[in-house]
Ligand binder design. Sequence first.
Ligand SMILES: [Zn+2]
Ligand SMILES: [Zn+2]
Length: 149
Amino acid sequence: MATVLPTLLGTGWPPDAHHHLWATDMTRVSEHFTNAEFTCKCGQCAFADGGDPHLALLAVLEDVRAEFGPVTVTPNGGRRCPDWNKVCGGAPRSQHIEGNAADIVVFKTSPIVVYEFLTEHPLADRMGLGSYDSFTHVDVRGSAARWVG
Ligand SMILES: [Zn+2]
Ligand SMILES: [Zn+2]
């Protein structure tokens, strides 16, 4: 993918040649996840290439994968800079801004099942968990929070 960028330079898109709208940092940040999966999709900020997710979050996501199989982070479900968080309609102090959160979809497993699994996780009292129609929110905020979106 990185080889595509030079052909776009000088075309006025992407707006800033140093940043782009697709993920590039394929560095593995845990056994099954790459930094690219957590990028901020604004395409403008320091997290446009890789989201640098919290290590505790990655450990929890690996546990979800071990239980259910492949885990996908939704397009805006990784890191969000404050401006992009506003665009996404995120809470003002969203854990996505800190790199502490992921919105995830698990293959062939409904969000509420993933949510319930996480409520039983050893670190559950330090996690924020939200169950939505199409994904599960998990964050490692350090205290417990629960909601159904
Ligand atoms: Zn951003
Ligand atoms: Zn979320």
